[in-house]
Design a protein around this ligand. Structure first.
Ligand code: SF4
Ligand code: SF4
Length: 238
């Protein structure tokens, strides 16, 4: 559905979703082991909003997230999980809440529930990151500088063309020698990579990927199963 802003939380945007489904997802948020340590109530003081960079630029409020979860407003929580939580930059400046809440932590949980359940909002939010996720999960390391190309990340702005043309020069301006390369980032040992694949398999990360991007899952599955087999592990991702 198209999302109109500002968000009117008095209206139910998702009447097509059954109440039972909204309640199931809310209960999944509450059941997270971190939930009780992130939510203690709310003074409505606005400290979190004042500290929040996303609140300055988006129609977004960590205070609203906290209060809606504290009130157990299942319907609005579902709306926020779709239309609001993706605006958070996960900086955790809101952790200075005098009540001891962590709105950013609550948002982490809501995002994870959205991803695990394959909500369209999660698919949309992660759509532009498939290449990065593939790079990190297949090689066990971060985006390498050679990926800084205008056609790879069009949303990186108009200066990316100029930067990418002189990338080797830019890199050499950085002090640590390990950052001088324009082709790779640091090397990940085979043993570490195999451990990472096993962790992502056993902790359900691959299941989450499958929910939001089946194509990406299949590519990663091929890479991981082959390497794990070579390392002597009989692991099937399905
Ligand atoms: S973690 Fe999210 S909600 Fe908290 S201050 Fe940062 S952007 Fe705002
Ligand atoms: S800082 Fe804490 S108590 Fe104050 S409005 Fe934000 S969540 Fe509520």
């Amino acid at each position: 559905m198209s999302v109109e802003f500002p968000l009117d939380l008095t209206e139910d945007r998702y009447t097509d979703v059954a109440d039972e489904e909204k309640e199931r997802l809310f209960n999944e948020i509450k059941a997270d082991i971190r939930f009780n340590g992130y939510l203690y109530g709310c003074y409505e003081c606005g400290v979190c909003v004042a500290a929040c960079p996303s609140a300055r630029f988006y129609d977004f409020s960590p205070r609203v997230i906290t209060q809606v979860l504290a009130r157990e407003d299942v319907e609005v929580a579902y709306t926020l999980m779709n239309d609001s939580v993706w605006d958070c930059s996960q900086c955790f400046s809101c952790d200075r809440c005098p009540r001891g809440n962590s709105p950013g932590g609550l948002i982490t949980i809501m995002r994870e529930v959205a991803v695990r359940n394959g909500l369209q909002s999660a698919r949309d939010a992660l759509e532009g990151y498939g290449r990065i996720i593939y790079k990190i999960m297949s090689t066990g390391t971060q985006v390498s500088p050679d990926m800084l190309q205008p056609n790879a990340f069009p949303d990186w702005g108009r200066h990316v063309q100029e930067i990418s043309e002189h990338l080797d020069v830019w890199r050499k301006a950085l002090p640590p020698e390990t950052l001088h390369t324009t082709e790779t980032s640091w090397q990940v040992e085979e043993k570490t990579l195999v451990e990472l694949y096993l962790i992502w398999h056993m902790t359900g990360v691959m299941d989450m990927i499958k929910e939001v991007d089946e194509g990406l899952f299949m590519i990663l599955q091929d890479v991981m199963e082959e390497r794990l087999e070579d390392a002597g592990y009989d692991v099937t991702f399905d």
